[in-house]
Design a protein around this ligand. Structure first.
Ligand SMILES: CC(C)(COP(=O)(O)OP(=O)(O)OC[C@H]1O[C@@H](n2cnc3c(N)ncnc32)[C@H](O)[C@@H]1OP(=O)(O)O)[C@@H](O)C(=O)NCCC(=O)NCCS
Length: 177
């Protein structure tokens, strides 16, 4: 368990999959994730089986938020494509329960992952990619300390047009300050 103030990160269980499928089939959630075709339960089970064989450090984590006295599943986050020689990893997140958006949960999860990535996994550079038309995500990443470092022009196509993909990162010394 990775504990924060209002959120905690735990391993994914097979029982979580139907909830993920429901969220990932919501266009408002999936648009920022480049998931353009509907997702089936069979595909999600396939993802889960593959995930169990992936390195520990790259296994997705369920995001739970404290609601009164119980923990409520609200999304999923992970590091992936970790490059151990360069000590760099990419971060991904979605909060599927939209009633939790815009209350600082995303920022808190990203801060928690930065702490985990730097002080437990011993990473030096944590980066992410985000579409330019996802201001909510960009703002959350900026609040958590991510710095804009570049853009891939017109690299993502959705809603009938091309969009730039922004690259953002945090280096360990910046985080440590
Ligand atoms: C992106 C995501 C993780 C952010 O989580 P969150 O809990 O909503 O984020 P936070 O509340 O911490 O921060 C959001 C910030 O964006 C701001 N915001 C929301 N809509 C905005 C808009 N249209 N323009 C500018 N800022 C906006 C909020 O006001 C808040 O900033 P503030 O605290 O300064 O007021 C979540 O919305 C999500 O999972 N979205 C769907 C999947 C996705 O896009 N994932 C990211 C892929 S890169």
């Amino acid at each position: 368990m990775i504990d924060g103030d209002r959120v905690r990160l735990r391993h994914v269980e097979r029982e979580d999959l139907p909830q993920f499928v429901e969220w990932l089939n919501d266009p408002e959630v999936s648009q920022g994730l480049s998931m353009v075709t509907p997702l089936s339960m069979a595909e999600e089970e396939n993802w889960f089986d593959k995930m169990l064989k992936s390195p520990n450090e790259e296994r997705p984590l369920c995001i739970e938020a404290k609601q009164d006295d119980r923990w409520q599943l609200i999304g999923n986050s992970s590091f992936f494509s970790i490059d151990w020689r360069n000590r760099a990893g990419e971060l991904g997140i979605f909060i599927g329960d939209k009633t939790y958006w815009d209350q600082g949960y995303g920022t808190e999860v990203v801060r928690l992952l930065l702490h985990h990535g730097f002080s437990t996994l011993n990473l030096f550079r944590i980066f992410l990619r985000v579409f330019e038309d996802n201001p909510r995500a960009i703002r959350a990443y900026e609040k958590a300390g991510f710095i804009h470092e570049g853009r891939q022009r017109q690299a993502e196509y959705h809603d009938g047009q091309f969009h730039d993909v922004l690259f953002m990162s945090v280096l360990r010394p910046e985080w440590a300050e």
